[in-house]
Design a protein around this ligand. Structure first.
Ligand code: SF4
Length: 328
């Protein structure tokens, strides 16, 4: 069966008068129908740029996809004109951002905002009354009483606002939902509730999802596949089982997960790794992780590591491609 989303060799560049930054460099990953892909990595790894590229939302003057394909249902989104792209995004692909306040209009009732999202892509030519009924259904779906449709965003708590944002994102019953750190701005207990709700909805509706997160506990609980990004590249990729149970990992992933295996799943946040992500305008030659890597070899400083492939598990590291370099 064809994958819902297939990203091939995607490269995104930001250009200003002063510099050119390669924010995403030759990235490959895919999302299966009805499944959740977790994208993990520190700030600046290229996670959000990748999702903005999928949505066609890169800043027009500075951001540009310079290579690759974004195949959605077999169709390359990069070849579509603006009108076709707009109709796919919002209709078949929706995005939820980290901060619900930036996504909501403070001057409109929440019911009107959900209805507006439906009206934008109203292919079934629903009447006002039918849309109003659907708005109530969506609110119920995300655990908000339908009679609150006449309330304004400021009348809701942070967690409830994010539920409204999710209702808007689901208004057109998208096939793919991209959630960029959807619970980071919320309290821990509310985070768990919102995530449990998203999980349940995703399974009930069969929506595919890309979940961008720093929280490895969330990845373990919700994701079928995992993509670890570093300095604009995918450095490890596999099923959740590959990432959470395999013995071989990219040293960066090892650093993220901590060195004690049975802490991997319980760990809530990324563990700090010594050093900083390299300056994207001045990436080190060879492996971009070399300056921070405890296993760095001579070859790592000069040659970019190829991918070691073991079934569904991919690791871009010389440790697994060099004879005698395996650290197991
Ligand atoms: Fe470390 Fe070398 Fe692997 Fe890079 S390629 S992660 S420097 S061992």
């Amino acid at each position: 069966q064809q994958k819902l989303l297939d990203i091939k060799d995607l490269t995104v560049v930001y250009k200003t008068d002063l510099e050119v930054v390669r924010a995403v460099n030759g990235v490959n990953f895919s999302v299966e129908r009805g499944k959740t892909l977790g994208i993990v990595g520190e700030t600046g790894a290229g996670k959000t740029t990748t999702s903005l590229a999928i949505m066609g939302l890169l800043p027009e003057r500075t951001g540009k996809v310079t290579a690759g394909e974004i195949l959605f249902d077999g169709q390359d989104l990069l070849k579509l004109n603006k009108t076709d792209m707009r109709s796919i995004c919002g209709d078949k692909i929706s995005m939820i951002f980290q901060d619900p306040m930036t996504a909501l209009n403070p001057t409109m009732t929440i019911g009107d905002q959900i209805a507006e999202a439906m009206e934008l892509h109203n292919h079934d030519k629903l009447t006002k009354a039918e849309i109003s009924k659907k708005v109530e259904e969506k609110l119920e779906m995300v655990g908000i009483r339908p009679e609150r449709k006449n309330d304004y965003p400021h009348q809701f708590s942070g967690g409830m606002k994010q539920r409204v944002v999710i209702a808007i994102a689901l208004a057109c019953e998208p096939e793919l939902l991209i959630a960029d750190e959807p619970t980071t701005a919320l309290d821990v207990t509310i985070q768990a509730q919102v995530l449990a709700m998203m999980n349940e909805l995703q399974q009930r509706l069969g929506t595919s999802m890309i979940l961008i997160t720093h929280d490895l506990g969330i990845v373990a609980q919700t994701c079928d596949d995992v993509c670890v990004m570093y300095a604009g590249e995918v450095i490890e990729y596999g099923t959740a089982e590959d990432i959470f149970t395999a013995k071989k990992h990219h040293p960066y992933t090892d650093g993220l997960f901590g060195s004690i295996p049975n802490l991997k799943v319980e760990s809530r946040r990324l563990n700090p790794i010594n050093g900083l992500m390299p300056d994207p305008t001045n990436l080190p030659e060879g492996c971009h992780f070399a300056p921070r890597c405890p296993h760095c070899m001579d070859i790592c400083k000069t040659q970019h590591p190829p991918c070691h492939v073991d079934g569904t598990h991919r690791i871009a590291c010389h440790l697994y491609t060099q004879e005698g370099g395996d650290k197991e």
